[in-house]
Design a protein around this ligand. Structure first.
Ligand code: GN1
Ligand code: MG
Length: 363
């Protein structure tokens, strides 16, 4: 396979080293390097991305726009194959190659608030760069990806169809998901009221999807653009909350290690708002804290639905893997909800300081 894929890019596979890269649950990724060159090769999971041409088209459309409006912005688009296409298809499998950004690094965990700050700033900047771009030009790469009512519907269907054994095993998780149905109701209300604007949103803002300068740790750019499509900002901010706030991630089985770091919350707010404060409407800002509940809850719903469905979506390494992930997210959700008033205080303080700073400047 590697020979055929690299061949389509005019590269001789024998001259390169190829190693698995990253920890994604959906696509397969490799680092390809040798002869002083380095690339990222990826096979797109077409079970998940049913129309991979949409990914290529979206990236191409955005690239053209950014080339004109922000030529200095680092946008990591796929390299064209020898025939000019942005991807190659071999035996019905869909591959593409990206340049490996030199002197960059990616991390898997947020160790310090500064890292959350730099990442949040990059995701905010990405949406800001595209705030005047017509989002209707983009196609959904996964229909209804972050449509919470639909995810809840899928969960209900999985519950109807699951066998007793899995339902019994997941009883606590199921009860918790039902107990939190208000999060979905709030979503429906928020969307119906028109509080949120459709924007170009990344939809997968985990820390490993940001490249940092290797030496300084300063944010360089965002990567993994497959789920870039029209959406709401709460998807991006919410997934940062979900994946940065706790030192323990969704794979952790010992839930006593799950804890919310308030300084990381403040760092996400600072980084994102430095870019987006002037862009977001007043009505959108009211949902900044809600965004965390929204994404953590939706992930719990998706993991538990997949467990009830017999593990057909996420890669799993042991039989209860999706159940444990779902329970982990429920634990995180409950700890997040317990901090809501604290988060409000933090934002209030930040805003007061901003007003005071502005007064000092005016005087
Ligand atoms: C999937 O494969 P990865 O890690 O980039 C999923 C995300 C989930 C995440 C949970 C297309 O992302 O929505 O949040 O797993 N992506 C898709 O780890 O379903
Ligand atoms: Mg991804």
């Amino acid at each position: 396979m590697f020979q055929a894929v690299l061949g389509a890019y005019g590269l001789n596979a024998e001259k390169f080293k190829i190693e698995p890269f990253g920890s994604g649950l959906i696509n397969h990724t490799w680092k390809v390097y040798g002869e002083g060159l380095a690339y990222i090769l990826q096979e797109v999971n077409t079970e998940v991305f049913r129309q991979p041409q949409n990914i290529a088209q979206n990236i191409e459309t955005i690239k053209k726009y950014l080339d004109q409006t922000a030529p200095k912005y680092l946008f990591v688009a796929p390299i064209a194959a020898a025939n000019g296409d942005d991807f190659v298809v071999i035996d019905d499998h869909f591959y593409r190659i990206f340049p490996f950004v030199e002197n960059s690094c990616a991390i898997d965990f947020v160790h310090q608030p500064e890292q959350a700050y730099h990442a949040a700033k990059q995701f905010g900047k990405f949406t800001r760069m595209l705030c005047a771009f017509n989002v209707q030009k983009l196609k959904p790469t996964i229909e209804d990806f972050h449509n919470l009512p639909l995810r809840v519907e899928q969960f209900k269907k999985a519950l109807e169809q699951a066998g007793d054994e899995r339902i019994n095993e997941a009883k606590f998780a199921i009860d918790e998901i039902i107990r939190h149905y208000d999060i979905e109701e709030q979503y429906v209300h928020m969307v119906d009221s028109g509080a949120l604007n459709l924007r170009v949103v990344h939809h997968d803002t985990k820390i490993s999807n940001v490249l940092l300068q290797a030496e300084t740790g300063v944010g360089l750019c965002v990567i993994d653009l497959d789920t870039v499509m029209p959406g709401y900002f709460i998807s991006d901010v919410g997934d940062m909350m979900r994946t940065y706030l706790s030192e323990a991630n969704e794979e952790e089985k010992d839930f006593s290690k799950i804890a919310i770091r308030e300084d990381v919350f403040a760092a996400i707010h600072k980084g994102y708002m430095e870019e987006m404060d002037q862009v977001l409407a007043f009505t959108e800002k009211q949902f900044f804290i809600y965004s965390g509940k929204f994404m953590i809850y939706m992930q719990a719903v998706r993991f538990i639905a997949d467990f009830l469905n017999g593990d057909i979506y996420y890669k799993t390494n042991y039989p209860e893997h999706n159940l444990v992930r779902g329970l982990n997210q429920i634990d995180l959700l409950n700890k997040y909800v317990a901090k809501e008033s604290k988060f409000e205080e933090i934002i209030k303080k930040i805003n007061e300081n901003r007003v005071n700073d502005a007064k000092i400047i005016l005087n």
